[in-house]
Ligand binder design. Structure first.
Ligand SMILES: *[C@@H]1O[C@H](CO)[C@@H](O)[C@H](O)[C@H]1NC(C)=O
Ligand SMILES: *[C@@H]1O[C@H](CO)[C@@H](O)[C@H](O)[C@H]1NC(C)=O
Ligand SMILES: *[C@@H]1O[C@H](CO)[C@@H](O)[C@H](O)[C@H]1NC(C)=O
Ligand SMILES: *[C@@H]1O[C@H](CO)[C@@H](O)[C@H](O)[C@H]1NC(C)=O
Ligand SMILES: *[C@@H]1O[C@H](CO)[C@@H](O)[C@H](O)[C@H]1NC(C)=O
Ligand SMILES: *[C@@H]1O[C@H](CO)[C@@H](O)[C@H](O)[C@H]1NC(C)=O
Ligand SMILES: *[C@@H]1O[C@H](CO)[C@@H](O)[C@H](O)[C@H]1NC(C)=O
Ligand SMILES: *[C@@H]1O[C@H](CO)[C@@H](O)[C@H](O)[C@H]1NC(C)=O
Length: 401
């Protein structure tokens, strides 16, 4: 259970950068939850709740989000479309019409895509899975409708729910207070009519790597065509293996496959070829967790030559330019229904892509280690890199293969 120096360096990195939830590559990343009151009722209101994942490369993976809050008074939920409250709570105050939930602190989960049509609303029913905004803005939001009773019935008497929680697989989110903002304006699809919410409030939730996991969850290994030796992930990158925390074969408990690095995810970067003008890389992501399918996974790689990526097989790809002045960071993700799910550990538990880059002498200094990435993130979490001294040695340019 001892922590080695990689973990400590990582912890320092996380403490300095992550604890404040600040990510230099995605400075504005957050999850914004908006409540639009669309009508008042005799004992409360109807609201459409919209959740936007404004994080560039951190998805909400299966089994999806759970949204919680605490009512300010004794509000109840009469009905919901597009999501459901997980518990009814104590509704003994009601004798005839029973509310859907009387919990003071309800927890709400998304419906599955096959939910009956009369339970759905627009943008609902994604099994709680949200893509990151950089990957697919249209799949990065989720919505449900809620009818609230025993509540205020005007914008002066309504009390905002408190203590919001956003729980996602892996955790790490904290939510701020609800804040009243300008009522949202809605434009009908034909663009000919504008309506306005009666009242709107907003909650912003941010992610902290340190809250999610004080240990890394991913590591990088390296190799090159001209040298048979592989530079492995630093041992104990994500923990050290003992007899109880991993499985050698077959047994499905606990959840991680035994490795020297004990990371649930490994990114391998193999330099395939190196010519005068071009060079190429094979990237392989391997899942060592027997109990997680990474839906909507993302991979972020920083390398100075990513400004001249000429060909990317099998993955989709977008330049991420947090800075506008530098174009050295790329967001990779899977193709829908082909490799956008990184399957649980096993024979299908990997995805890979070939990347061809055109050498750009302006940005690429051909020093030792030039062909290896500077930073790698899987699902927004930084991966532990081998130490530069251990990188495979690579000739500057060659026609060899
Ligand atoms: C943005 O670019 C400037 C100048 O190139 C550099 O000093 C700074 O560290 C960069 N910021 C990030 C977040 O990469
Ligand atoms: C949340 O993200 C949105 C979209 O990037 C941004 O406009 C907003 O300022 C962010 N809010 C906070 C509190 O960071
Ligand atoms: C349910 O609420 C009623 C009245 O509000 C209360 O008398 C009763 O003890 C509660 N039951 C439970 C199981 O908490
Ligand atoms: C809500 O959060 C505040 C501040 O964190 C805390 O003091 C309070 O006890 C919480 N209330 C409930 C009902 O959980
Ligand atoms: C409340 O409603 C009144 C009249 O309908 C409107 O003038 C006012 O701006 C609303 N206040 C808020 C906070 O939405
Ligand atoms: C992952 O997906 C496969 C295929 O859809 C399924 O058989 C398996 O049960 C899933 N595993 C988990 C942990 O959800
Ligand atoms: C950034 O890099 C990508 C791929 O390498 C390239 O297609 C794009 O034109 C570059 N953008 C800028 C502004 O340099
Ligand atoms: C291969 O790389 C290893 C590790 O950097 C190094 O020790 C070894 O000398 C290299 N072999 C060749 C043939 O370059």
């Amino acid at each position: 259970m001892s922590m080695n120096s990689y973990t400590i360096v990582f912890l320092l990195f996380v403490l300095c950068s992550g604890a404040a939830a600040y990510d230099a590559l995605d400075p504005n990343g957050n999850i914004t939850i908006k409540w639009d009151v669309i009508s008042w009722t005799p004992d409360g209101y109807v609201a459409v709740v919209t959740m936007n994942n404004f994080q560039m490369y951190r998805p909400i993976t299966s089994p999806g989000w759970t949204l919680g809050w605490t009512w300010a008074k004794n509000e109840v939920i009469w009905s919901m479309y597009g999501a459901k409250a997980t518990q009814q709570g104590n509704c003994s105050m009601f004798r005839f019409n029973l509310p859907l939930s009387c919990k003071r602190n309800p927890a709400v989960v998304d419906l599955l895509p096959d939910a009956p049509y009369n339970h759905q609303i627009a943008n609902c029913c994604k099994g709680g899975v949200l893509s990151s905004m950089g990957k697919d803005p249209s799949a990065s939001l989720s919505a449900f409708q809620i009818t609230v009773g025993a509540a205020g019935t005007t914008n002066k008497t309504v009390k905002l729910p408190k203590n919001f929680t956003f729980i996602a697989p892996g955790g790490g989110y904290t939510c701020g207070p609800a804040i009243i903002i300008r009522p949202t304006r809605f434009i009908t699809p034909d663009g000919r009519r504008v309506t306005q919410a009666m009242m709107t409030w907003r909650v912003v939730c941010t992610y902290s790597q340190f809250l999610a996991s004080p240990r890394p969850t991913c590591c990088v290994s390296l190799s090159s065509f001209h040298n048979g030796s592989i530079t492995p992930c630093p041992s104990c990158s994500c923990g050290c293996h003992s007899s109880s925390n991993c499985v050698t074969k077959g047994v499905k408990k606990p959840v991680l496959q035994c490795t020297e690095h004990m990371c649930p995810v490994n990114v391998h970067w193999h330099v395939k070829s190196n010519y005068n003008k071009y060079w190429s890389v094979k990237m392989t992501i391997t899942n060592f967790n027997y109990q997680v399918n990474y839906t909507q996974w993302t991979l972020v790689v920083q390398h100075p030559n990513l400004n001249k990526a000429t060909q990317v097989s099998s993955f989709l790809y977008k330049p991420l330019m947090p800075n506008l002045s530098t174009n050295d960071t790329a967001l990779f993700y899977g193709r829908k229904s082909y490799n956008d799910v990184l399957m649980q550990a096993g024979p299908k538990g990997n995805v890979h892509s070939d990347l061809t880059l055109q050498k750009d002498r302006k940005t690429l200094a051909l020093k030792k280690g030039w062909a290896f990435p500077r930073r790698v993130y899987f699902n927004g979490n930084p991966c532990v890199m081998p130490s530069p001294e251990s990188y495979p040695y690579l000739p500057y340019s060659a026609g060899t293969r």
